[in-house]
Every structure is written in C-alpha cells, then in structure tokens.
Design a binder for this molecule. Structure first.
Ligand SMILES: Cc1cc2nc3c(=O)[nH]c(=O)nc-3n(C[C@H](O)[C@H](O)[C@H](O)COP(=O)(O)OP(=O)(O)OC[C@H]3O[C@@H](n4cnc5c(N)ncnc54)[C@H](O)[C@@H]3O)c2cc1C
Length: 403
C-alpha cells in the first residue's frame, strides 16, 4: 500500500483552484441572500451543473480518485464559499452514495444518473433514514416495506423527518424495516422514482443555519414501487434476512454503510466553514484598531488566531487521512468518525471565536461570521451526533459492544 501523502497532484491542484474560483465568485456573494430566503438556490445549482461541478461525471471522477483526496479537497473549497449552498449542491450525493454502496450494477447504472440529471435538466436526490422516534437509533425505524407478491411491488408506509431535499427530490432513497423484529438487520433501502404516488413533502423545517439547504419531512402513504427497486435485489435481501433470523453473521446495516463512507467528506465541509471564519477574523484583527493599536497586537487575539489555525490543520489532517484510509479499505479505528467529530467541534469553536474577535460586528449580519457560526453547529448533529461518533470510536478502540 502506498504511503499516506498530503502532496497534491496536478489534477487535484487544478480542481481545488477551479472549485475555489466558483466558491469565491458565485457561491459566497449569494450566501446571505439564500440564507435569508431559506430556499433551495436553484440558479446556483444550475450554474454548478453548467460548469460541470454538479453532475454524475464530476462526482464519479472525484470519488474514484485513488488517493481519496479529491472529495475532501473540493468540498473544503465549496463549503468555504457557503455551507447552505454547498449542501444544496452536495445533498444529492447522500442518495447517490446509498445507491452506489448497496445497489446492484444494473440499479447503479439506472438510478445514479437520475440523482443528478444533466446540464439544462438538473435533478436532485434525497436519502431518507431519520424518523421522529429514530434519529441516532436507526435500528428502530417504523417505516415499513411490505412485499406484495400479487403485483410484484413493495408497499412503503411511514414518515421520515429532517430529510435534506426531502419531498422536492426527484429520486428518494428510503430506508425501511422489512422485518422489524430484526432491528437494523431487518432493514433495506428502496429507490422511490420521480412522481411516485403516495410520496409527499410534510413540514418544511426552519433552521438555525444551512438555511439555503431544504430540510423537510417525507410522507410515505401506501407508496407502491416495483419489486426490483429494493437496493441489492430481493434475492440478496431474502438471504440476508434468513441469516439474521438464524442469528448468523449479518450484513452491515443498510444506513450505517452509507454513513461510514461519507463521514470524512462531512468533516471536510466543516473544515471549509472553519477556514472561512478564521481567514475573515485574521483579516479583521489586522485592520481593527482599539487603544491605539491593531487588536491583533494583543496576544489574547494573536494567540487565539494561532490556536484556531492549529485546530483547523489538525481537523484537516484527520479528514484527509480518513479519506485516504477509506479509499484503501483500511478503516480500523473509526477514523471517519474521529475526523467528522473533530472537524465539527473545530468548526463550532472556530466560528464562535471568530464572532468574538469581531465583537459587535461579529454578531450582526453585516459580516458573514454569525452565519458561519449558525451553519457550523449542524456538524455536531447530522450524519451521527458528537456522542454517536464517540460511541463508534469507543467501540472501535475497545473492541467491546459498548452502549
Ligand atoms: C439540517 C438537517 C439535515 C438532515 N438531513 C438528513 C438526511 O438527509 N437524511 C436523514 O436520514 N437524516 C437527516 N438528518 C437527521 C440527523 O441525521 C439526525 O438529526 C441525527 O442523526 C440525530 O438524531 P436526532 O435528531 O433524533 O437526535 P437524538 O438521537 O434524539 O439525540 C438527541 C441527543 O441525545 C444524544 N444521544 C442519543 N443516543 C445516545 C447514546 N446512545 N449515547 C449518548 N448520547 C446519545 C445525541 O447525541 C443528542 O445529543 C438531518 C438533520 C438535520 C437537522
């Protein structure tokens, strides 16, 4: 196995520069407006599709990078521009990863392109796991999938909540219980095609941050989909359920498999927000004068800026190493969880300290740091809360089935 290296090749440097340009010229100038509107920024997603940043080809190439570095690299740049808009552009990746990690080659070939659409016909997808009574505890999903042999269809019923792109997506990937008695081992993922009767949007949530990203309930009311739309195929599902019923070794949980693959990428988004806030606070501290000197001339401020820089570097290193390990199939000690946990905490701390460095200016909407602070908090919560990451790490380092 090649050594882990932070050195970037020409391709990576080029993509980094290109995405940074888009983040600087298109995303950041639009961030305050879409944060206020609390709506999906369609024109920006369309522009991303036009330049080739939003689309299956770019995502597939980035995910195929053998070093694993391309995805965290471009995400850091995009989210440096704005996290709400960034998530609107990247929300489809969750559904796509669900299909990629669990689907048969035929399912991947059919449904992956439909998660993104094409330039001029942009599509989006959603990955629907969470429910009101099943957030961290994904083993207790109440959404049911029942197979109707008479029509060769699955019938889905339930309510999903806090779903990114929920109800407005073209393709919804839904995790549901096929055999609830088996907990997580009795679950499977299903593709719900565009326009399927019975799927609708419930409440659209108003949020603290990442407000340009749409979050809503997804209501599944007797949703009928073809039998072939269970990811991985019915035969494999039946075998897996039979093994689980016998108490044998079970396949990894459907939802957890997806989260595992995406954690370093989520960490990279948090690093982008933290870096934006640090740069802004550093510039401000060099300009702002009080007591006849620049505020950075006080060690309370310059040392804080030094610590912020160090924490961001530490988070980035964990993210990049976790991404490299994941690409080499070398995940052993919950490195993805460590990366996501550290990056989320760093983003929250750095953005809060950035508000402090700007003082009153940091608290008002004339400057972006209050928005960055609001945006950062979600990284302690979604894709596994801080405590769930700690649990995953504690289990990995101890080898014990800790609760
Ligand atoms: C903006 C946004 C977007 C989202 N997007 C999606 C999406 O696209 N798809 C999707 O499926 N979900 C999505 N979610 C849901 C998200 O993944 C959940 O909110 C998250 O998993 C936490 O679940 P919960 O909110 O029910 O919190 P709970 O599980 O109720 O947790 C509440 C608190 O208890 C703690 N806790 C819970 N269990 C333990 C334990 N065993 N030990 C110690 N502490 C514990 C938690 O860490 C947390 O602090 C999104 C959420 C938000 C807010």
């Amino acid at each position: 196995m090649a050594e882990f290296s932070l050195a970037l090749n020409d391709d990576q440097l080029q993509v980094q520069k290109w995405v940074h340009g888009f983040a600087e010229e298109v995303v950041r100038p639009a961030a305050a407006e879409w944060d206020e509107r609390e709506e999906t920024p369609w024109p920006i997603i369309e522009e991303a599709a036009r330049i080739g940043l939003y689309g299956l080809d770019f995502m597939a190439n980035a995910f195929a990078d053998p070093t694993g570095q391309m995805v965290p690299l471009f995400l850091e740049e995009l989210f440096w521009g704005d996290a709400g808009i960034g998530l609107s552009i990247m929300g489809s990746v969750l559904g796509a990863v669900g299909i990629m990690s669990q689907g048969t080659p035929e399912q991947v070939g059919e449904w992956l392109p439909q998660c993104f659409g094409s330039e001029g016909d942009v599509r989006i997808s959603a990955f629907c796991v969470s429910e009101a009574d099943a957030g961290s505890d994904v083993s207790s999903l109440k959404t049911r999938a029942v197979y109707d042999g008479s029509t060769d269809e699955w019938v889905l019923n339930g309510v999903k909540t806090w779903i990114t792109n929920g109800g407005i997506a073209d393709v919804h990937v839904v995790v549901a219980a096929v055999d609830p008695a088996l907990g997580a081992r009795g679950q499977a993922s299903f593709v719900v095609p565009p326009g399927t009767a019975g799927l609708s949007m419930g409440t659209k949530f108003r949020k603290l941050g990442i407000r340009a990203s749409h979050t809503a309930e997804v209501i599944l009311d007797d949703v009928r989909i073809p039998g072939a739309l269970v990811l991985g195929g019915r035969e494999r599902l039946e075998e897996r359920l039979a093994r689980a019923r016998e108490g044998g070794h079970a396949h990894r949980q459907a939802a957890l498999a997806t989260f595992e693959a995406t954690r370093p990428s989520v960490g990279a988004q948090a690093v982008g927000i933290a870096r934006a806030a640090h740069e802004y606070a550093l510039d401000y501290a060099k300009e702002r004068r009080q007591f006849g000197r620049r505020i950075i001339d006080n060690q309370a401020i310059s040392f804080l800026l030094a610590d912020m820089a160090m924490e961001i570097e530490a988070a980035r290193l964990l993210v990049r190493r976790a991404a490299w390990l994941a690409q080499h199939g070398e995940v052993r000690n919950a490195e993805g969880s460590m990366a996501k946990l550290k990056a989320g905490r760093v983003a929250v701390w750095v953005t809060e300290r950035a508000v402090q460095i700007l003082g009153g200016a940091g608290y008002v909407r004339d400057h972006p740091v209050e928005r960055w602070h609001r945006d950062a908090k979600i990284y302690d919560i979604f894709e596994g809360t801080e405590q769930i990451q700690q649990l995953v790490i504690a289990r990995a380092i101890s080898g014990l089935r800790l609760e």
